[in-house]
Design a protein around this ligand. Structure first.
Ligand code: PLP
Length: 465
């Protein structure tokens, strides 16, 4: 553990200095990358001030940076790694597939086995189409919904993330008024309307009064994997309302799929969507995704079934759709999930971690709280300095979305650096995902790391009290 030092002041942070010292090779690489890549990064969530660490390898719940520092990993490959890094079955499957060829420009047997492995866990996946990313899957889902219903407007929830294509950019981190983000046509944004999550009255009114809603799409457990949680009853109500209104229900299970339960949030909530999108776990840590659902909707992609149903076929190429290496990883991962208790182990570790963090926060007298469901955890850092927060009985449903998502940028950034200094890689909001490879010892070490990081922040006067 790094000892908490004396307070040097926010502009001359000891945490930042220690981080720079401990991750010098990462710092040098970041400086070089900055001349080539915006901010030196490849994904906005990997942005960190002053720079992010460069990772060389991972194994199980750990990853190591180029300076040789080991981290307990809760970033979890953006949620893809429910089996941890380099699960032996996934690694063997990928190696075998890579040795046979990465791109045949043709069908291959693994894509059938992959589709079956998904269908085994997700009964609503009557038919499936593979894409290369979750973004492509949600793009296709709404295109299918618009074509199927003959309606053009999509209903989304503020703060819910569905990838970065043009229909999804406003209302996620900004432009909550529905205006288009830079580079997106105003007309496209207008056809993707926003409602506050959980506001059933608003959804009811829109679906009652308008005849142009093709679909309602949501992150079923709430935005950012339940950072702003939704109840199962809300999702079930959406199912009823969409059905009555002739609109489709699209569950974006890119994160929740195979994680909220083996069969995803739809199994957990007992909701059968018209369409679902999956990525991350579905491809076992490789690039890959799928849009799946009712046969007659997905069949709009079918050269024969579409015209037979009186519809124009929807085109869908994609060089790396269902590529054999991702297929191999996906089959291996989904088979482990179907045949072992990996999903439950990951969830049990997260429950242990949430409880351990809350116990520690209470002992520290800090009005923060850890919360979440299944194999995830979020850290509420109480940006409004609310009184009466008790970590162990914190109810995120009693706190608004703005507060749950709100953060003090410098405090959270420094906390993340302090966690890295203490051997833990969280996500940018200080929460993360557990995997089936995290042990109870890792959980205990993580709680100790959070405690040490809090001490470092206190020493820099970054924390109240
Ligand atoms: C709920 C959700 N939908 C869609 C996406 C986009 O997936 P991808 O990053 O594979 O494009 C993400 C990515 O994090 C996601 O969390």
């Amino acid at each position: 553990m790094i000892e908490a030092g004396a307070a040097p002041g926010a502009t001359n942070s000891r945490i930042v200095a220690a981080y720079r010292q401990r991750t010098a090779r990462s710092g040098a690489l970041a400086a070089e990358a900055a001349s080539l890549l915006p901010n030196g990064i490849a994904h906005d969530a990997r942005y960190l001030d002053p720079y992010s660490v460069y990772i060389e390898r991972g194994a199980g719940p750990y990853k190591w940076d180029v300076d040789g520092n080991r981290y307990i990993d809760f970033f979890g490959g953006h949620g893809a790694l429910i089996l941890g890094h380099c699960h032996p079955k996934v690694t063997a499957a990928v190696a075998a597939a890579a040795a046979e060829g990465s791109q045949f420009g043709a069908n291959h047997p693994r894509e059938i086995a992959w589709a079956r492995a998904i269908q085994r866990l997700v009964p609503s996946a009557e038919r499936l189409r593979f894409t290369s990313s979750g973004t492509e899957a949600t793009l296709m889902a709404i295109r299918l919904a618009r074509a199927f219903t003959g309606r053009d407007t999509l209903l989304r929830f503020r703060g819910h993330f569905h990838g970065w294509h043009d229909h999804m950019t406003h209302g996620y981190t900004n432009h909550f008024d529905g205006t288009a983000t830079p580079g997106v046509l105003a007309g496209v944004a207008e056809k993707s309307i926003l409602v506050d999550p959980g506001d059933l009255d608003a959804v009811t009114a829109i679906l009652r009064d308008r005849r142009d809603i093709c679909a309602v799409i949501l992150e079923p457990t709430g935005s950012a994997f339940g950072q702003v949680p939704l109840e199962g009853e809300f999702v079930r109500a959406l199912r009823r309302l969409t059905e009555q209104a002739g609109a489709l229900l699209i569950l974006d299970e890119v994160v929740t799929g195979f994680r909220s339960s083996r069969g995803g949030a739809q199994e957990l909530f007992e909701v059968r969507p018209d369409l679902s999108t999956f990525a991350k776990i579905v491809a076992g840590g490789m690039p890959g995704a799928v849009v799946a659902g009712r046969k007659e909707i997905i069949d709009q992609l079918d050269f024969d079934a579409a015209p037979a149903a009186g519809r124009e076929k929807i085109g869908h190429p994609g060089t790396f759709n269902a590529n054999p290496i991702s297929a191999a990883a996906g089959i291996a991962c989904l088979t482990v999930l179907a045949e072992t208790d990996a999903n439950e182990i990951a969830a049990a570790r997260a429950a242990e971690l949430r409880a351990g963090l809350n116990e520690m926060l209470a002992r520290e007298g800090l009005s923060w709280a850890a919360y979440g469901t299944s194999s995830g955890f979020h850290l509420f850092t109480n940006p409004s300095r609310r009184k009466g927060i008790r970590p162990e009985s914190f109810d995120p449903h009693a706190v608004g979305a703005a507060e749950l998502k709100g953060s003090e940028k410098q405090l959270v950034g420094r906390m993340r650096l302090a966690l890295l200094l203490n051997g833990v890689d969280s996500n940018p909001r200080l929460g993360g995902f557990t995997s089936a490879t995290h042990t109870s010892a890792d959980v205990a070490d993580t709680v100790a790391a959070y405690r040490a990081a809090i001490a470092m922040l206190r020493a820099e006067n970054e924390l109240p009290g």
